[in-house]
Design a protein around this ligand. Structure first.
Ligand SMILES: [Zn+2]
Length: 397
């Protein structure tokens, strides 16, 4: 069984060890080696594996994945073959590990606060590339948290982080274990390892943790959404929280400058702008529609078709709402028929007292359909000329 050096020192970035076994990896050019002792953390408990290097002689092998088997051996996937018995010098990517410890440590603090303040039970941790999440079983099967509850959790955890309380990990004897005030029962019965974060949180955990709560930095909850009858709480800690703040400030400042508004009044400024825009669009539509109706009624665009006023009109692409309003208005008059091509959109329509099947007509000259009194579809400007010729030749029944 590999001796886990990170149990005693979670900040041990370098170590010396010996290869105890080697086998082929899952991909060509990959091998898996076990060591007699290792500071590399294997994926478990929701915390991803460490990366780094194993050096021997002048050769340096990259460690690209680390996993533990059921016998407790830690297998390091490497890109160079290292024979059993070789003495190696291991080096861990400390930045990656520190990031993982900040998220993992923050998760403990958050789970403790959720239990203490809201009576929620946390199940599992997913430590992702950008943020991490936990699923929480809430009393009365609630599947959401209020904004006030989220702020309460953040404030509680951040205050405890600032206290910089020591984080202690140890393997208690069975008698001692029985007496410990654990937040939840351990999932293993042998070699139970306990983590105590100040006096805020105490659970069984085999992961790596910062040495004190201050090294978690800070926490920011990103969202709390329903997930399979529970609340999924997503959060960031430490360097990730600082980065998120930088990013949000960057975009908030840009949006503030664009809307000439201080950041705390941005949402009101955006709502006002949206409402002004909607009003302006309505006015523009009304004007456009009025102008289009005028063109439909111009004598140059209309002609007599056996007592009916036929308008044949081609216009550039126009807002559909303005077109619809003008068409409705036009055919609300008596004895009118309209063949309109706006861009590549055809609209054939007629007054209620005119007996032309516009649905049948549009199908003869283009693509589309609708009702006998109004049909629309796609076509080229020539379509309205062809439709006009049909009406002039075949007449109105
Ligand atoms: Zn832990």
């Amino acid at each position: 069984m590999t001796e886990r050096l990170y149990y005693d020192d979670a900040y041990l970035w370098t170590f010396d060890a010996a290869v105890t076994a080697v086998k082929n990896g899952t991909r060509p050019g990959e091998w898996k080696v076990t060591l007699d002792r290792s500071a590399f953390y294997p994926t478990s408990g929701g915390q991803p594996f460490d990366t780094g290097t194993l050096a021997f002689g002048k050769v340096k092998a990259s460690v690209t994945e680390v996993e533990a088997d059921s016998d407790g051996e830690v297998w390091h996937t490497v890109d160079k073959e290292i024979p059993a018995g070789t003495a190696v010098h291991g080096e861990i990517d400390g930045e990656r590990r520190t990031d993982h410890m900040e998220q993992h440590g923050g998760e403990h603090m958050l789970a403790g606060a959720i239990w203490e303040k809201l009576g929620g039970t946390t199940i599992g941790l997913h430590l992702g590339q950008t943020d991490s999440s936990i699923d929480v079983s809430m009393p009365e099967e609630r599947t959401h948290l209020t904004e006030e509850e989220i702020i309460l959790l953040e404030d509680t955890v951040n205050a405890r982080i600032r206290l910089d309380a020591p984080i202690r990990c140890w393997f208690p004897e069975k008698e001692e274990l029985k007496k410990l005030p654990l937040r939840k029962a351990p999932t293993v019965s042998e070699h139970v390892r306990i983590v105590a974060m100040g006096d805020f949180e105490m659970v069984a955990c085999g992961g790596t943790h910062p040495s004190s709560t201050g090294r978690i930095g800070s926490i920011k909850i990103i969202s709390a959404v329903p997930a399979k009858g529970k609340v999924r709480v997503s959060f960031v800690c430490g360097g990730r929280a600082a980065k998120l703040f930088q990013t949000y400030m960057h975009y908030a400042d840009k949006a503030g400058a664009a809307l000439s508004s201080p950041v705390d009044k941005l949402s009101r400024a955006a709502s006002e702008l949206k409402s002004r825009l909607a009003d302006a669009e309505k006015r523009a539509n009304r004007l456009e529609s009025r102008e289009l109706l005028n063109r439909m009624e111009e004598s140059g665009n209309t002609e007599d078709l056996k007592g009916i006023t036929l308008c044949t009109l081609q216009i550039p692409e126009t807002d559909g709402r303005a077109v619809n309003a003008a068409v409705s208005e036009y055919i609300s008059g008596k004895g009118r028929a309209l063949l309109l091509c706006a861009g590549e959109r055809l609209t054939f329509a007629r007054s209620a007292d005119v007996n032309i099947d516009m649905n049948a007509l549009i199908k003869r000259v283009g693509r589309g359909g609708g009702r006998p009194d109004m049909a629309s579809g796609a076509g080229v400007p020539e379509c309205i000329g062809v439709a006009r010729k049909i009406l002039m030749t075949e007449g109105v029944s």
